[in-house]
Design a binder for this molecule. Structure first.
Ligand SMILES: [Zn+2]
Length: 239
């Protein structure tokens, strides 16, 4: 029998049972176990962890724990400086969050109907941060980058992502198609004349065109709503 103590820092404590929200868990193990299994058995996905030390020494996930070990786990998020050129992959249930992230200009791929293996494989192969509300999915050893989305409401979820990855200063609002995640290209009034209402064609001379679905975006009243939502997200992330 092995007895170990595991201390979790910062927001990793969100994953712990109420009784251990001070971040310290004393654990008795029947059998020898690996470091990653011990940490994840407490509900904390390895992809959210920063440096892990055992008795004060940094250790890789492949290490085994020994009787009396004092394990200390730092939180990887929130980042201190912006994650540059972030690329996300969102699971089936986070479609609205995907649209919010696209509205902010971030590459946010949203896969409908994909199973967990596909999501994990794509996250690794395409170096996309996997965003999900499924802790079990994030515990797959193959994953390198991901985060459990704590909030339920899409605007709060967007605030959470912007804050975690320090993205407030690198947003590029309204540069991406909300439907298919493609970057918009600039289009002239003549190019889009048959795709926008006559009133918009008269009033505006700059348009954004999605190369995939051919949707056209312009500075109409609906854009004021989007800009207000962006303002709320950035304000929320800064508070
Ligand atoms: Zn599109």
């Amino acid at each position: 029998m092995l007895c170990v103590t595991v201390s979790f820092a910062g927001e990793l404590r969100d994953h712990l049972d109420r009784a251990t929200r001070d971040g310290v868990v004393r654990l008795t193990l029947e059998l020898p176990a690996g470091l990653r299994d011990v940490v994840q058995s407490l509900g904390v996905p390895h992809v959210e962890c920063g440096e892990v030390t055992v008795n004060g020494e940094a250790k890789p996930w492949s290490s085994n724990v020994a009787d009396g070990d004092e394990i200390s786990v730092r939180a990887r998020y929130p980042l201190g400086s912006p994650r540059l050129d972030p690329r996300f992959l969102l699971d089936d249930h986070l479609g609205k969050l995907a649209r919010h992230l696209r509205m902010l200009g971030f590459d946010a791929d949203h896969e409908v109907g994909a199973d967990d293996s596909d999501l994990a494989r794509r996250s690794v192969a395409e170096a996309r941060m996997l965003l999900t509300r499924d802790r079990g999915l994030l515990m797959r050893a193959v994953l390198r980058d991901g985060r459990f989305i704590r909030s339920v409401e899409p605007t709060d979820q967007a605030i959470e992502v912007v804050r975690s990855f320090a993205l407030a200063t690198v947003v590029q609002p309204l540069t991406r198609c909300l439907e298919c995640n493609e970057l918009l290209s600039a289009a002239s009034r003549e190019e889009v004349a048959d795709r926008v209402p006559a009133s918009a064609a008269v009033r505006h001379d700059r348009f954004g065109l999605c190369p995939t679905c051919r949707r056209v975006y312009w500075e109409g009243t609906h854009v004021d709503d989007l800009r207000e939502r962006i303002r709320l997200i950035l304000e929320g992330a800064g508070s």
